[in-house]
Write a protein that binds this ligand. Sequence first.
Ligand SMILES: [Zn+2]
Ligand SMILES: [Zn+2]
Length: 436
Amino acid sequence: MDIYNSDLHIHSPHSIGVSKSLNLDTMIDTCIKKGLNILGTGDILQPAWLKYLENNLEKNQDGAYYYKNIYFILQTEIEDKESVHEVILFEDFDMVRIIQKKLKAYSKNILDEWGGRPRINLSPAELADVVSDEGALIGPAHAFTPFKAIFRQNKFETLEECYADAAKKIKFIELGLSANTDLADRLESLKDVAFLSNSDAHSQDPRSLGREFNRFDVDNPSFNEILQAIQKKNGRKIILNVGLHPKLGKYYVMFCNKCRRRILFKKVKKQVNTFFNQYSITDNFIIYYSSDPISSRLDYLERVSKNKMNCPACKEQLNKNFKVKLGVSERIEKISTYKEPQHPDHRPPYVNAVPLIDIIRSVKDIKSSTSKTVLNDYNRIIQELGTEYEILIDMPINKIEKFDQTIGTVINALRNNEIKYTPGGGGTYGQINLNI
Ligand SMILES: [Zn+2]
Ligand SMILES: [Zn+2]
């Protein structure tokens, strides 16, 4: 058996908002720097992208597709009739073409230039049936995010509720930004499914592609081995999920659906009136002050989940009412069956990671994400020490510290969960707060 780092959900230039320079060559450049061995192709049902991949991917004797020295799993994301997003993995191009043909009847945009993530007019259960009857693998994407996700506010609370009889065909869910194993294992309905941590990348930028990944222990990098690992068969398995700390994700805490400010609670000694009327508004946050922030927050959360909480900032500044929405953490709190996570035996550990480029940026206190200095430092550390994943996850800290003391200290703190985070929400990533 061998170890493969795999990111099984990305997009192509045929999805909205994807970098035009994303192609096999630019993708594998990033894969090599990061230490990523298997990549989802993204958007495999889109005709031009499908053709491009058919022309360029080769197949080895194990049935694994590859381009140069990186392996690929044929993959797409679909939006179903309930506006739930699903990730689908295919064995080979024949299977892709058969499923594309079957889904064509239910979709207006599956063959479009911009149909990278097609909308299919089938219920989640019908879609799961069509896809898995052909042997492909399907599961809900970014399962807890507030938009287009199975467990979003006022939507489903269990797999069974969403997929009915087809629920047993769902073998994985994608944690997505803002959730991790500790959060997702508070739902009983997820105890038997595998968790995937994928990037959902819209570009080949090393801050995006492979930002989250799964470590598989399989015989070879083919679809069949991945399928067995996800189903925990024949000793094949996922041995590690790696991703952002949930607080760094874009949807961790409650936010206003209009101004996108995040909602936080702070403790004050004396509350002068009800906490609803005692708040401050900043560019990015609405902070409520309460003498008992824990119970105030619960009270607030209850109102938000009933769609009853208006944003005070929008009320003051626009004189309009816009609703506050639950973030991933509060939604999980709301629908969880357990107060504490109950990890089943098969669940691998989840490791927090932050893209190395962002660590370098924080350490150097550089704001720009396209800074040349940061990029040069990134390339240099990788050249000297090894791949990004080795540096973030596996390498002894003293080796990193010898190269750069501060970066070593930060990575050590990240690995040991000793970093403070400003939580993300409303579409804005959270931040690491360094005091080193
Ligand atoms: Zn999606
Ligand atoms: Zn607002």
